[in-house]
Design a protein around this ligand. Sequence first.
Ligand code: HEC
Ligand code: HEC
Length: 390
Amino acid sequence: MRFWSLVLLSCLAACKREPTRPSTDAALDAANSGDAALASLDGAALYGRLCAVCHGEDATGYRADNAPSLVNRTFLESVTDEQLKRSIADGRPGTAMAAYGSVHGGPLSSEAIARIAGWLRAHGPAPIALPARKVGAPTRGAPIYSAQCARCHGTATARGNAVHLANPRFLESASDAFLAWAITEGRPGTPMESWRGKLTDEQIDDVIAHLRALAKPPAPQELAPPTGKEPMVIHPNGKPPSFKPRSTPCPPNTADAGKPPCTPDERFVSVEQVKEALEQKRRLVIIDARPPSDWMRVHIPGAVSIPYHDLKRLDEVPNDGTWVIAYCACPHHLSGDVVTVLRKRGIRHSAILDEGILEWHRRGYPVVAAPGVEAPPTENRGAPALFPPH
Ligand code: HEC
Ligand code: HEC
């Protein structure tokens, strides 16, 4: 009991699947060799290297950050190739799903994205002709959405644990027919039930009209891409910060004879402590472990972009006791990989930004953001978990 209550306390609602798994050494070695290697990989290898960390090796989802299944039958039969590729290229701003397309500063060319989409496609049915829909009335859809859907899918300003449907990038590429298919057929094997017979066709069209009214247009602009020359150390002449890191909770019964004792790993530093260190002009390194496209939307001032898929710049991180904090969206997986590599290199004073950058941004802590970028929707900590922790 105590163990799980600690895990729950330490974990944000949208990131239920703790404790996190360490990446395979092979994936980390590949990342050390940089982005050039990506061009030559086939769809399966690209997927394994960039996507499996959240969507799972077999793409059935929920490895981390409540990333959905990408191979569910009703998803594959309703998603067009165009929508699938756009979802990967454009990402879902304000969530853990980064824009992977090189047009946004991500690591993948459109050919590489097509190879991943092809690999996903091979796991299920080809697109079918979907029934056409009528235009519904948002005012009639709103109360249905609040009563039936919001507890999992959230509202415009607060999220639940399931896909955030009020995301403008999502609604741009998802047709009414695609949305309606998910609602009438559900996503078998997941908490998304079929609403056929529970909502009328007209009510479904009304809910879709309401969803479309929820989404604000995405911020059109991006910051200039990272040059790779941004200075590594923030406040090089400052005093070291006095961080008090949190450790991964010990599993129960480690005191049993024969088992090694659980030593505190001191892997996590809270957003408050890092904000205070910046205010006090302390010497530190902050690494943004997300794809550069995310850094180009919003990052912590002074953070250098060292994405989890291209760790070359880690060679420049000083190994002289300077504190190194890595962060990602939500909040431990990609940054965790970076900290694992840093510690293997003997950089002990390295830790994960515990709550991640989305929480940092929500709290109104300082950020460098492209014009028009707003703080992400709040976490709904009371939202039902989609799957029990395992
Ligand atoms: C850090 C975690 C993470 C990584 C890495 C990641 N994703 Fe995602 N992805 C998500 C989340 C979370 C969502 C849903 C967004 C939300 O919460 O609203 C998502 C959504 C998607 C969707 C839309 C699915 C739908 O039902 O509409 C596609 C397609 C997708 N991801 C593909 C990929 C591919 C391909 C890769 C690798 C190139 C990848 N993702 C890497 C977390 C991730
Ligand atoms: C118990 C939680 C829950 C409820 C309630 C729920 N959903 Fe879902 N929904 C999910 C999950 C989880 C998924 C993603 C499943 C997967 O991994 O394929 C999903 C997927 C979807 C998708 C597809 C999104 C995509 O990107 O592919 C749509 C559209 C959707 N739901 C609409 C609705 C609507 C409308 C309602 C209310 C009538 C509703 N849902 C109620 C959990 C829920």
